[in-house]
Design a protein around this ligand. Structure first.
Ligand code: ZN
Length: 285
């Protein structure tokens, strides 16, 4: 999960259209979500804009969607798990609220479903209130202290870290709940994240082996490693799958290398080359 820059204002045209305003009025009158809201929040221009903003990746697990995706409602619009329907009818008024729309893969969307725990149950928003307060970053919603990371408001790196084996570890309650809600520790994700790291480690190992067998001299070794490091940095770009994981790899490089490579001589060579690469990169900035 990465932080996403998305302007909450203005929303896409379709969500500001008279038809949408009309639907919201009907929603407020009936006090439940309208099935027709689909036509607005899943409108092709709205989806197109969301895809672009989220780099065609699931906002929660960072997997490239390859066609299968959902427009997820950050705050569920029909009911909220563990709350009685008499007490809370869901955040039905937010069906077409731009800041409530998140681009998500099928798996995360299904796991998340209608879960939405908050720290401050006392401040849980039950009624629509003033429309000015419908934005996800409004004072009214901030007071709830949602326990699900909002990719456009929160900085995910403050809530969890990635481990060299592809696992994800929460460092806050919000991170922990987000992991549970979206099952970000599911087996296939750990496998894919581990594979992404392993691919880079394999390339590093190849370069070191060529040097140790004297097929490459020191200059060739450094050039080879620089090319691997540069590819690691390019994978940190927001549009790349698992960019946050690669960012962690770069930030915790020594720990990741020590986890995968046990030979001390190899470790020393790699770490030395990496820190030289970083120094050079920051000097040229
Ligand atoms: Zn996902």
């Amino acid at each position: 999960m990465i932080h996403i820059q998305k302007d909450f204002d203005p929303p896409p045209e379709k969500l500001r259209s008279p038809g949408c305003k009309n639907l919201i009025e009907r929603t407020l009158f009936s006090r439940k979500k309208q099935n027709a809201s689909y036509n607005f929040y899943r409108n092709k221009n709205v989806v197109k804009r969301l895809k672009k903003i989220f780099h065609y990746k699931c906002a929660y697990c960072e997997v490239l969607t390859n066609g299968g995706f959902h427009v997820d409602h950050y705050r569920p619009i029909s009911s909220v798990k563990n709350l009685s329907k008499e007490h809370h009818k869901g955040y039905y008024w937010l069906s077409c609220e731009w800041s409530n729309l998140i681009f998500s893969c099928n798996a995360c969307n299904q796991y998340k479903s209608n879960q939405f725990p908050v720290e401050n149950e006392f401040f849980r928003v039950i009624e629509p209130g003033d429309q000015k307060e419908w934005r996800a970053d409004s004072i009214t919603f901030t007071r709830e202290k949602a326990l699900l990371i909002h990719p456009q408001i929160d900085k995910p790196e403050k809530h969890f870290v990635f481990l060299p084996d592809g696992n994800i570890k929460a460092i806050t309650e919000k991170g922990e709940q987000t992991n549970i809600i979206c099952q970000l520790f599911r087996e296939d994700l750990i496998f894919r994240r581990h594979k992404a790291i392993q691919e880079i480690i394999d390339r590093i190992n190849e370069e070191i082996s060529l040097f140790i067998t004297q097929d490459h001299n020191e200059m060739e070794l450094n050039a080879g490693l620089r090319s691997v490091f540069s590819s690691l940095f390019s994978k940190m770009s927001p549009e790349k799958e698992f960019s946050r994981l690669h960012w962690f790899f770069g930030m915790k490089f020594d720990a990741f290398i020590s986890y995968y490579i046990t030979n001390e001589k190899r470790q020393r060579l790699i770490k030395k080359a990496f820190h030289k690469y970083i120094r050079k990169a920051s000097n040229t900035k």
